[in-house]
Design a protein around this ligand. Structure first.
Ligand code: SF4
Length: 249
């Protein structure tokens, strides 16, 4: 499955893998989990197994068909470094990435341990942005693991932000995305945490992208920080004339 995305920091999603299992606090209200069960209930082809990990050979070639450059989130309905995604299938995904240098791929994992285990077996093409999620202070160790990855461009997703993250050492990190949780059971995010992390990014000259406040109705919360929209992008995207970063969606 692939489609234009409503996620503000990407332009398309590509899901050669679907399904996952909950691994940390940020997974509690996982959007992919709810969506997978819904898609299973309406008989969607790739979701017959619901939220169980499933590999989709027929989705591997989708980005090859997109002729205009896209910023692609791979993938939004799973975690590519889930232990049930074999290296052989990851290699096929990376082959597609290699064969589509006009696209840029955002890969986000909550399993940077496995990412590092496979680091030397994967070719980290220049069009990959590799990220990890840190939703609260207990997962700060993921930052150190990400730094060891050979990807050229690295980013943090601090979403859903559930605690302040003090003393971030952002050396080697190219981008920080931050957002509050949204939906019925959204957990609150304090403004003080957001301002503190924004300050750390500014001091360390790391682009900072504030996605949303979140809350039960994310549109109500909006994405303004003290009246300003702050959505900065990493160099790899700014230098490219292929993307209209103000109008990704
Ligand atoms: S790692 Fe991501 S996709 Fe997997 S359960 Fe957690 S939030 Fe959902």
């Amino acid at each position: 499955m692939a489609q234009n995305s409503r996620i503000s920091w990407t332009s398309a999603t590509w899901n050669p893998v679907t399904g996952c299992s909950k691994i940390s606090l940020g997974c509690q209200n996982c959007y992919a989990y709810k969506m997978a069960l819904y898609l299973q209930s309406i008989g969607a082809a790739h979701y017959q197994k619901g939220f169980k990990v499933a590999l989709h050979e027929d989705a591997l070639s989708i980005p090859l068909k997109w002729k205009s450059p896209k910023l692609i989130f791979a993938n939004s309905m799973s975690d590519l470094f889930h232990e049930k995604v074999p290296l052989s299938f990851l290699l096929k995904i990376f082959e597609t990435i290699k064969n589509t240098p006009h696209h840029k791929y955002q890969i986000l994992t909550k399993r940077p341990e496995r990412m590092l285990e496979l680091n030397d077996k994967l070719s980290w093409y220049d069009n990959v942005l590799m990220g990890t999620t840190i939703e609260s202070a207990e997962y700060l160790y993921r930052l150190d693991l990400l730094k060891k990855c050979s990807a050229k461009t690295k980013f943090l997703s601090l979403e859903p932000l559930l605690s302040n993250l003090k003393n971030l050492d952002l050396k080697g990190i190219d981008w920080v995305i931050l957002g509050g949780e949204s939906g019925e059971n959204a957990r609150p995010m304090q403004k003080e945490w957001v301002l503190d992390i924004k300050k750390q990014c500014q001091e360390q000259k790391v682009p900072f992208f504030f996605k949303q406040w979140g809350g039960r109705d994310k549109n109500k919360g909006g994405n303004l920080l003290d009246g300003q929209k702050i959505q900065e992008y990493p160099f790899i995207l700014r230098e490219s004339t292929l993307f209209d970063l103000d109008n990704l969606n």
